[in-house]
Design a protein around this ligand. Structure first.
Ligand code: BG6
Length: 484
C-alpha cells in the first residue's frame, strides 16, 4: 500500500502564540512532518507571531529545537530541518496594541491561501480577530483556527462566537477539537458508513450499552491553575468525549460533507438527556508515595475540582432510547487508554446448553495506544467435550494490517492543519454545536455546585473512584479494565 499525499495550494500560515507550548509541541513539529511528506508546496510559509522580540533566525532556531525535541530521531534529519526553516518567518506583535500589525500586513501575501492560527488564550481571540480585520490582513477566503477551550460555559461561548462573527463568516472559522483529527476517530465513520455489516445493528435493539473511556496517566502538573477553573468536565467531556459520543451515535449523514456531518452531530447533542446526580461520579486523585496529589498542583488547598469524571448518559431518540452511554475520563489513572466499546446484546435465545456459556459481541475501537479495532465473536471452543462457547477477537491493529504505512499516519494536528489549508471543515466544530454542548454541560456543573458535591478521592495509578465502578455494577454491567 502506498501513502497518498494530497497536494494543497500554496499558503501563508500565521501562528499567533508561535513560540508557545502548543506551537512548539504540536503545530510546528506537525508542519515539519507534512513538509517531509512533500505536502508543503513551493513557496508555502509559516509565520510565527508572538509578543517577544525575535529575529527570523532566532525563531528558526527555536523551531529546529522543538523538532529535535518532539519529532522522533528516525523521522527527522538536519538537511530537511534546514530546508523547512527557510519557510519560517517571525513577527513580534502586540495582540492588544498596534505593534507589529503593519509588518505582518506587509508579509502576508494576498494571492495565496491565508490561515491564521490563534494558539493563544481565548481572552485574545476577539483582539486578534478585530485587528486582522482592521489591518485588512485577512481576505474573504482567509481561515482562522481557534483552540479550545472555546468558552467555559454557554454564555462565554456565545460571546466568543459573536466576537469572531463580527470579523469572519462561519465558513472561515475552524474550531479545533484535536480528537476529531485522530485516525481511529475518522475510522469510526468509515466502519459505520462504509460497511453494510454494522449499521443495521447500530441501535438500541441490538446494542446493550456503549462505554467511552479516555484514561490518562499524566497529572495536572504545571496546569493546576487552568485545571482548577476547568476540571475534567470542561477540559475533556464537553469537547473530546462529547465528539466521540456524537460520532458513535449520529445518524448517517447524507454525504461526507462538513454541514451534513455537523448537522447530525448537533442532533445527537440536542437529544442528550439532562444527567441526574446519581449518574455522575467525580473524583480527585489523592497523594502518591511522594506526596504528589491534585491539591499539590492546585492554587486552592480546598479545591473541589474533579480530575476524574464518569457519567451515565441517555439519548432520547428512536435509535438510542434505552441504551446508555457510559463516559469516563481522568488523570493519574492506571494506564493511558482511550477506547470506545460497543457492547452488543446477547442472542435473544440460546440453542445451546446453559453450561456452554454465552457471550455477547463486543466491538472495541481503540484510539490510543495501538490504534485499531477488535470485534469479539463467539465460537465453539476447539476440541472434544461437546459444545463450549468462547469469545475470540477478530483483531485489526492498524500497525499490523497496514504495515509501515501505519507509522506514517499523521498526528491529529497535522491532519487538521492540512484540512484548514484545503478548506475542509468536516472535522471542526461549528458554532452552534459548541453552544449546544455547553447547554448540556452547564446544568450538570451547576447541579454539583449547588449541591456542594465533593469529589471522591482516588488513588493515583488506580482506575478512579470505587463509585465509578458502582455506576455500572448497579446496572449489572462492568467497565472494561483500564490496562496498558
Ligand atoms: C487536551 C486536554 O485537550 O487533551 C488535556 O486539555 C489532555 O488535559 C489532552 O491531556 C489529551 O490529549 P491526547 O491527544 O493526549 O489524548
Amino acid at each position: 500500500m502506498v501513502s497518498r499525499v494530497i497536494p494543497v495550494e500554496s499558503f501563508d500560515l500565521v501562528i499567533f502564540g508561535g513560540t508557545g507550548d502548543l506551537a512548539r509541541r504540536k503545530i510546528l513539529p506537525g508542519l515539519y512532518r507534512r513538509f517531509c511528506a512533500g505536502q508543503m508546496p513551493e513557496g508555502a510559509r509559516v509565520i510565527g507571531a508572538a509578543r517577544a522580540d525575535h529575529t527570523d533566525d532566532e525563531f528558526r532556531k527555536l523551531v529546529a529545537d522543538s523538532i529535535k525535541e518532539f519529532v522522533p530521531a528516525g523521522r527527522r534529519d538536519a538537511a530537511t530541518i534546514k530546508d523547512f526553516a527557510e519557510r519560517l518567518h517571525y513577527v513580534s506583535i502586540d495582540a492588544r496594541g498596534d505593534k507589529g500589525w503593519s509588518a505582518l500586513a506587509k508579509l502576508v501575501r494576498k494571492d495565496v491561501i491565508q490561515a491564521f492560527y490563534f494558539s493563544v488564550g481565548p481572552g485574545l481571540f476577539g483582539d486578534i480577530a478585530t485587528r486582522l480585520h482592521k489591518h485588512k490582513l485577512a481576505g474573504n477566503e482567509a481561515r482562522i483556527v481557534v483552540e479550545k477551550p472555546f468558552g467555559r460555559d454557554l454564555e462565554s461561548a456565545k460571546a466568543l462566537n459573536a466576537v469572531l462573527a463580527d470579523s469572519f463568516d462561519e465558513n472561515q472559522i475552524y474550531r479545533i477539537d484535536h480528537y476529531l483529527g485522530k485516525e481511529t476517530v475518522q475510522n469510526l465513520m468509515a466502519v459505520r458508513f462504509a460497511n453494510v455489516l454494522f449499521e443495521p445493528l447500530w441501535n438500541a435493539q441490538y446494542i446493550d450499552h456503549v462505554q467511552i473511556t479516555v484514561a490518562e496517566t499524566v497529572s495536572v502538573e504545571g496546569r493546576g491553575a487552568y485545571y482548577d477553573k476547568s476540571g475534567a468536565m470542561r477540559d475533556m467531556v464537553q469537547n473530546h468525549l462529547m465528539q466521540l459520543l456524537c460520532l458513535t451515535a449520529m445518524e448517517p449523514p447524507s454525504k461526507f460533507d462538513p454541514d451534513a456531518v455537523r448537522d447530525e452531530k448537533l442532533k445527537v447533542i440536542r437529544a442528550l438527556d439532562p444527567v441526574p446526580a446519581e449518574n455522575i461520579v467525580r473524583g480527585q486523585y489523592g497523594a502518591d508515595k511522594d506526596g504528589d496529589s491534585y491539591i499539590a498542583h492546585s492554587e486552592n488547598p480546598a479545591s473541589k475540582t474533579e480530575s476524574f469524571i464518569a457519567l451515565k448518559v441517555d439519548i432520547s431518540n428512536w435509535r438510542w432510547k434505552g441504551t446508555p452511554f457510559y463516559l469516563r475520563t481522568g488523570k493519574r489513572l492506571k494506564a493511558r487508554m482511550s477506547e470506545i466499546i460497543v457492547h452488543f446484546k446477547e442472542t435473544p435465545h440460546s440453542i445451546f446448553e446453559e453450561d456452554a456459556g454465552s457471550h455477547a459481541n463486543v466491538l472495541t475501537i481503540r484510539l490510543q495506544p495501538d490504534e485499531g479495532m477488535d470485534l469479539r465473536v463467539t465460537i465453539k471452543e476447539p476440541g472434544p467435550g461437546g459444545m463450549r462457547l468462547v469469545d475470540v477477537p477478530l483483531d485489526m491493529t492498524f500497525a499490523d494490517a497496514l504495515g509501515p504505512d501505519a507509522e506514517d499516519v499523521p498526528d491529529a494536528y497535522e491532519r487538521l492543519i492540512m484540512d484548514v489549508i484545503r478548506g475542509n471543515q468536516t472535522l471542526f466544530m461549528r458554532g452552534d454545536e459548541v453552544e449546544a454542548a455547553w447547554s448540556w454541560t452547564d446544568p450538570i456543573i451547576e447541579g454539583w455546585q449547588q449541591r456542594g458535591d465533593q469529589p471522591k478521592t482516588y488513588e493515583p495509578g488506580s482506575s478512579g473512584p470505587e463509585d465509578a465502578l458502582m455506576l455500572l455494577h448497579r446496572d449489572a454491567r462492568r467497565w472494561r479494565e483500564i490496562r496498558k
